[in-house]
Ligand binder design. Structure first.
Ligand code: PGA
Length: 254
């Protein structure tokens, strides 16, 4: 049985006061035992968010991690720092980092390795562009992104992975993948995971991300292989985020 996870990626939004008020609203909300919830504040808001969420079930995550360890790496935030701040998850391979910040396969593999060696759990994001989808290459692109990380990582750590399928064309556009489109890709990912890890691949959570909101979440969560959501824009509005969470709590775990 896979427990769903609803994760809010705040991206590079808000000032400290905004992070504090969002965190306070999350701390005041009620959460079900049946569905996990996590938030990914900007680095500079992690400590303040953690202080407010400390005794709540909301799990903390980081949006990125340094590919380097401790030392002379100006501007970098390493895994030990993130673990020390109370992070559990780290997003790796978000399409914005791939396309805007130069995170290539090699950097992503190093980030996965740093995440794992810091005792943190990676959420590996994959997804095709519109052009790739229209060219019939979605499956090759998504599985290729998984392969490229897999072949460089310690396979014994495979069960610690969470996957987030985020079609680039659906991120921040207001046009979510339809449940059928998303589930088709989640099935490809599931088959790939089972091929690599057998039962552990069945147990791996695959989140969907890309314009998830209170209106489309229920249908997405009904799909057999959609085990939660990675939410961007809607995670900044407490009512929207709570509505998505309630939809997950009302759906059956598979
Ligand atoms: P969105 O972002 O919900 O705003 O589309 C999702 C994401 O990038 O994780």
């Amino acid at each position: 049985m896979r427990k769903k996870l609803v994760a809010g990626n705040w991206k590079s939004n808000g000032l400290l006061a905004d992070a504090r008020s969002l965190a306070q609203a999350l701390a005041d909300a009620s959460w079900s035992q049946a569905v996990d919830v996590a938030v990914f504040p900007p680095y500079v808001h992690l400590a303040a968010t953690q202080a407010i969420l400390e005794s709540s079930p909301v799990i903390l995550g980081a949006q990125d991690i340094s590919p380097f360890g401790v030392g002379a790496f100006t501007g970098e935030i390493n895994g030990a720092m993130l673990a020390d701040l109370g992070c559990h998850y780290v997003l790796v391979g978000h399409s914005e980092r791939r396309s805007l910040c130069g995170d290539d396969d090699d950097a992503l593999s190093r980030k996965i390795e740093r995440t794992l060696s810091s005792g943190l759990a990676p959420i590996l994001c994959v997804g095709e562009t519109l052009e790739e989808r229209e060219g019939g290459r979605a499956r090759d692109v998504v599985l290729g992104q998984l392969e490229s990380v897999w072949k460089r990582m310690d396979h014994a750590a495979g069960p610690q992975l969470t996957i987030a399928y985020e079609p680039v064309w659906a991120i921040g556009t207001g046009h979510s993948a339809s449940p059928g489109e998303a589930e088709e890709v989640h099935r490809w990912i599931r088959a790939w995971l089972v091929g690599q890890m057998a039962a552990a691949g069945e147990a791996t959570r695959i989140l969907y991300g890309g314009s998830v909101n209170g209106g489309n979440a229920a249908e997405l969560f009904r799909c057999q292989n959609i085990d939660g959501a990675l939410v961007g824009g809607a995670s900044l509005k407490i009512e929207d985020f709570l509505e998505i969470y309630r939809r997950a709590a009302n759906s059956r775990n598979k």
